[in-house]
Design a protein around this ligand. Structure first.
Ligand code: MIG
Length: 633
């Protein structure tokens, strides 16, 4: 049962699609305090209680023992001590002595102290007094999630080919570089469906333009790749380059479509293209305008996109940079003491994504000037919505692949997400595994991490182990940062090991795709914590390194370097399957703890008793897969 409590007059985030009769916030059945521009409420937790949720966020499956903050942040260091990543997914479920779900529909900052200040208390602070809170009671955590998901509407389903293996890097600079990737995979006999175009495909990083030196006839090139079974997926950034003669900029400026400052002039900040203006995606007219710009690329045969930098990420604002430079000039000739030196350094380091800048931005919502801080968390989601609304109108559903970096619940209806700039760290295999069920709770089914790790140099074994998790994630994309070591499947010695892993993905696509569809259609999760399925099993309740997948399986990737296997907990008797290339090796294992060995070219999978999963024959492209010829494990 869902009960909605309303305070003040909330901004419509469009996260919830079902309507519920609102009750007054004074009836909210938790100890709470409203006033001073915020709302605080809390609940007590027993020792064994678990808090699930918060979608794409740092730390564990069980969120207890830390403070999280809902504030979409461009932060490329996903360390344990962070409180926010790129998304704001304000849904939690408490499971234990009491079980309930809470969704806070509020587009600005929320602080979730889940046992940080006091181990057994949760204290949640909503940074404003205009919001809706939904309390979901009755049933198991999974039932609560389903009820919540029904309220927020059906999750996005991408085209089938988006389940193929995808290769990205910042950047494959030109057609030759893209061709080398495709050739590399073809030669190594490794399947591939997509190659990504990072910012360098554009002319001077201008959205919806093509660098014609790099791609002399882009349209012909896109069609040629499609004929080879490859989809090219360009990136779109939120910031629009400020440049006379650039039509997107000029139209936006003339029509007043960019975000403003208090004095009514356009807000300006530097991102990749240099000085940019930021489309006011909160205005439906701007969404229509920006969404239709994607047509420039779909007209050339493009059918997939990734939306980046939409928190929005700001390297520096025109005003901030001026202040910093003035400060530096004022100190010229001064023999700086330590205090002044560090202060000056901080002024420059603080230029990016500064709170002062966010506070100086204004949106036009229904004619009212609304400060960005009040709606920060729905900016990126509305960029995605702009494109999603256009795609649905122009092509219908399930035709265009799209995923975004920043997100808010509601965007799950029109797109997927990726987990942003992780590192080539072993610990990030696990971090990314833990995000999967939480993202699913919040409606984001099409998601995945940068396999192999984005920042810094990866290693052959790390890429293989990361891929062995990625075999199961709907988005299976290898991506890496500028200047890092090559990490494509053919870049290391013995590419046949990579082939063995990636072939498994293609063999599993019928299973993964139907599991995905079913989860979307029934508002269910693809990935679940073990405790969702085995609530009375004490070991399963604490498990943070394995996940249930669909109704049939459990996954447990190897996530330590130089480990030839791992310890796994079986909450019931299962068949341990090692998949490698076209090989399937099976072993019955009883409930309990086991050490299983898993070679670098093997994908471990555990199948529940009485369940079977289909495998198809592998192929080099998803479009060549034959879904009618299946074998079963
Ligand atoms: O400031 O476009 O998360 O995937 O490769 C970095 C370059 C901008 C951040 C994205 C990453 C992408 C990169 N972008």
């Amino acid at each position: 049962m869902i009960t909605k409590y309303t305070s003040g007059s909330p901004i419509d985030t469009e996260a919830v699609v079902q309507s519920f009769p609102p009750r007054k916030i004074t009836e909210f059945p938790f100890k709470n305090a409203l006033g001073g521009g915020k709302f605080t409420f809390g609940f007590e937790m027993e020792d064994g209680d678990i808090v699930y949720g918060l979608g794409e966020a740092p730390r564990g499956i069980n969120k207890r023992g830390w403070i999280y903050e809902s504030y979409c942040s461009d932060d490329p260091f996903h360390t344990e001590t962070k409180s926010s990543l790129y998304a704001a997914h304000n849904f939690i479920v408490l499971s234990g002595s009491k079980t309930f779900g809470i969704y806070i529909d509020f587009p600005s900052r929320i602080r979730w102290d889940l046992g940080y200040t006091s181990q057994n208390s949760a204290e949640i602070t909503v940074g404003g007094t205009d919001f809706d809170i939904y309390l979901i009671e009755g049933g198991s955590p999974r039932e609560i999630v389903r009820e919540f998901r029904a309220a927020i509407g059906q999750s996005y389903i991408p085209p089938l080919w988006a389940f193929g293996y995808q290769q990205s890097r910042w950047s494959y600079h030109n057609a030759q570089a893209v061709d080398r990737v495709i050739e590399g995979y073809n030669k190594a006999d490794i399947p591939l469906d997509c190659v990504y175009l990072d910012i360098d495909y554009m002319d001077s990083y201008k959205d919806f333009t093509i660098n014609s030196e790099a791609f002399p006839d882009f349209e012909a090139y896109v069609r040629e790749k499609r004929a080879q079974g490859i989809h090219l997926i360009p990136i779109i950034d939120a910031g629009v380059k400020q440049e006379d003669g650039y039509s997107v900029f000029e139209e936006g400026r003339e029509k007043g479509y960019f975000c403003k400052k208090a004095d009514g002039s356009d807000f300006e900040a530097g991102v990749w293209p240099g000085m940019c203006r930021f489309p006011d995606f909160l205005n439906p007219e701007v969404r229509r305008w920006f969404g239709e710009k994607y047509k420039t690329l779909t007209d050339m045969g493009i059918d997939g996109f990734w939306n980046d930098m939409n928190e929005p990420a700001l390297f520096y604002s025109a005003d901030g940079l001026k202040k910093a430079l003035d400060k530096a000039s004022s100190l010229r000739g001064d023999n700086l003491d330590l205090g002044k030196f560090f202060n000056l350094k901080d002024v420059f380091l603080g230029l990016s994504n500064s709170q002062e800048d966010y506070s100086s931005i204004y949106h036009n919502i229904g004619g009212e000037m609304v400060n960005h801080q009040r709606v920060h968390n729905i900016y990126g989601a509305n960029m995605t919505k702009a494109a999603g609304e256009y795609f649905e109108k122009a092509f219908g559903r399930e035709k265009i692949l799209m995923f975004s970096r920043a997100s808010f619940i509601g965007a799950h209806r029109s797109s997927g997400i990726w987990f942003g700039d992780n590192h080539s760290w072993w610990s990030h295999i696990l971090l990314n595994l833990k995000m999967l069920p939480a993202a699913n709770m919040c409606g984001f089914l099409y998601c995945g991490a940068d396999l192999g790790g984005f920042n810094e140099n990866s290693t052959r074994d790390l890429v293989l182990r990361f891929l062995a998790l990625g075999v199961f994630t709907p988005l299976m994309r290898n991506h890496s940062a500028l200047g890092t070591r090559d990490q494509e499947g053919y870049s290391f010695e013995k590419p046949e090991d990579f082939r063995d892993i990636i072939l498994v993905r293609y063999r599993l696509i019928p299973y993964l795709y139907s599991t995905f569809r079913r989860a979307s259609e029934t508002n269910d999760m693809i990935f679940r914590p073990l405790s969702f399925d085995y609530p009375d099993d004490a070991v399963a309740r604490e498990c943070e390194t394995q996940l249930m997948l669909g109704e049939e399986c459990m996954i447990a990737p190897v996530c330590e370097q130089n480990a030839g296997g791992r310890t796994v907990y079986l909450p019931e008797d299962m068949t341990f399957v090692k998949l490698s290339g076209e090989n399937v090796e099976k072993q019955e294992l009883p409930k309990g703890l086991h050490y299983v060995s898993v070679a670098l070219n093997e994908v471990p999978l555990f199948i529940k008793k009485g369940k079977k999963i289909p495998l198809c024959k592998p192929a080099m492209r998803t479009e060549e897969l034959d879904f009618d010829e299946l074998t079963f494990i």
